[in-house]
Ligand binder design. Structure first.
Ligand code: GRF
Length: 191
């Protein structure tokens, strides 16, 4: 019998948010990070998962389109909830249907602005700075069939100062993400 909620993190890159989640829930009474799913064999997130003794699963774009390979793995790990933390492939309908309101994404801007296809990582910060915004932030939202359009669960803001660069803004955004993502996941799983 399992008494904890099981989470799978989907990530494609560096995985600093994944790491934050793995650390936050490492000795948690109600939540366990069970699996890291990744589409890039050389992504740093895989090493981070290995260091934290979290299982990993590599999948490519084609394989993700059908349930055949992925669903049995999610079932085997008894996954209840999925967190996308820098995962760059589109989430297919079969996965959304199997996890209704159980998949969330973190986006490094204040949606609905600066979202959609191609809006990830430094492209987001570049667009925010070029538009002379004086604030940006993070959005945590449910995932539906369209990129970055599911219901927003939480947002936090930071300033965009004069002389802000992609690097300085990215640092501020990451700090917000690391502070809030684990807490929001915890809240959602407590509901
Ligand atoms: C984060 O900024 C997140 O908002 C976005 O991808 C980035 C992933 O960063 N979806 P990291 O790999 O967790 O450092």
């Amino acid at each position: 019998m399992k008494n904890k909620k099981h989470i799978a993190i989907f990530a494609s890159g560096n995985g600093s948010n994944a790491q934050q989640l793995m650390q936050y829930f490492q000795h948690h009474s109600a939540v366990e990070i069970k699996l890291v799913v990744c589409n890039k064999p050389d992504a740093l997130v895989l090493q981070k998962a290995a260091t934290m003794n979290v299982a990993t699963f590599l999948i490519n774009k084609e394989e993700l389109k059908t349930a055949e390979k992925m669903l049995p793995i999610l079932q085997q790990h008894q996954i209840d909830f999925i967190v996308l933390a820098g995962f760059l492939l589109q989430i297919p309908n079969w996965l959304i249907q199997n996890f209704p309101n159980k998949i969330i994404n973190i986006h490094p801007a204040l949606l609905p602005k600066y979202g959609g296809k191609g809006m990830f990582g430094r492209f987001v910060h570049e667009a925010v700075i070029e538009a002379n915004e004086n604030e940006s932030g993070i959005s945590i939202h449910f995932v539906n069939e369209n990129y970055d359009e599911g219901k927003i669960i939480f947002q936090a803001k930071c300033s965009v100062d004069e002389n802000e660069t992609i690097e300085t803004l990215s640092k501020k955004i990451h700090a917000l993400e690391h502070e809030y993502l684990p807490k929001i996941v915890e809240q959602l799983l407590n509901e």
